[in-house]
Design a protein around this ligand. Structure first.
Ligand code: HEC
Length: 219
């Protein structure tokens, strides 16, 4: 985007899907426009949203309210206007800069594979059993707050068994695009890309790898 290197074909397709309102629609929340001071996009609009992320497989206590992370509507130090029940289960939209070097994704670290995160966006509503098993969907949120989950905005809003808006190829292309958001000094530490194109584009951009820096999930 700074004109210092061209996107390859897969990156270009992924970037288009990222912005396309009827496909990925990622930019609706992970803003892709330059910031007000003309600095490069932060890839977050700083809003909060409720994606219904699955429960971390190692977390127990599903049936205990106190075991659900409901920060925004629970934290007594926040003003009452922010603690509104509609925000139970919502989390801040994270920046996607350097997302491909993170060890785990989502507030509860439920996923450690970035391709899985993208597949979740594509098939949360078309194949809910893949993410929640045979039990109810949105299993990391207490039943009375599940209505808060975003069901309307693309890429969500489809019916079970419908064709996902994003194909397997689209997911690969989005993944490849997300690898372009790695800072040059972190390029050597990218978590094993799952598609050859992503691996090749990271390798092509990599400056001499920095000595495996530790990257926090949410710095
Ligand atoms: C409606 C708003 C919205 C849309 C649309 C959206 N996201 Fe997100 N995204 C979020 C929120 C909110 C989170 C954090 C959710 C959580 O932790 O519970 C998130 C988390 C992520 C993460 C995990 C990052 C981390 O550090 O944990 C990735 C990767 C991601 N989104 C990529 C995408 C891609 C790619 C698309 C398009 C296919 C997309 N998002 C569409 C709101 C959105």
């Amino acid at each position: 985007m700074q004109g210092r290197a061209p996107f390859n074909a897969a990156e270009e397709r992924g970037w288009a899907l990222f912005k396309e309102p009827e496909k990925g629609n990622c930019a609706a929340c992970h803003t892709a426009e330059a910031e007000a001071n003309d600095s490069p996009p932060l890839l977050t609009d700083d809003s909060y949203d409720n994606l219904g992320v699955p429960r971390h497989p190692l977390t127990g206590g599903e049936d205990r309210r106190s075991c659900h992370d409901l920060v925004l509507c629970r934290n007594k130090s926040l003003p009452a206007s922010i603690r509104a029940a509609g925000l139970c289960g919502a989390f801040k939209v994270p920046s996607l800069r350097n997302v491909a070097v993170r060890q785990a994704c989502f507030h509860n670290a439920a996923m450690t594979d970035l391709r899985e995160v993208l597949a979740f966006y594509a098939t949360r509503d078309t194949d809910p059993r893949r993410w929640y098993g045979p039990g109810p969907a949105f299993n990391d949120i207490p039943p009375d707050h599940r209505r808060n989950v975003n069901r309307n905005e693309v890429p969500y809003g489809q019916k079970p068994d419908e064709q996902p808006r994003l194909s397997e190829q689209d997911i690969d292309d989005l993944l490849t695009f997300l690898h372009t958001l790695i800072d040059a000094d972190l390029a050597g530490s990218a978590a094993k890309p799952r598609v050859a194109a992503a691996a090749a584009s990271v390798a092509a951009r990599a400056d001499p790898p920095a000595a495996s820096p530790r990257v926090a999930n949410h710095p």
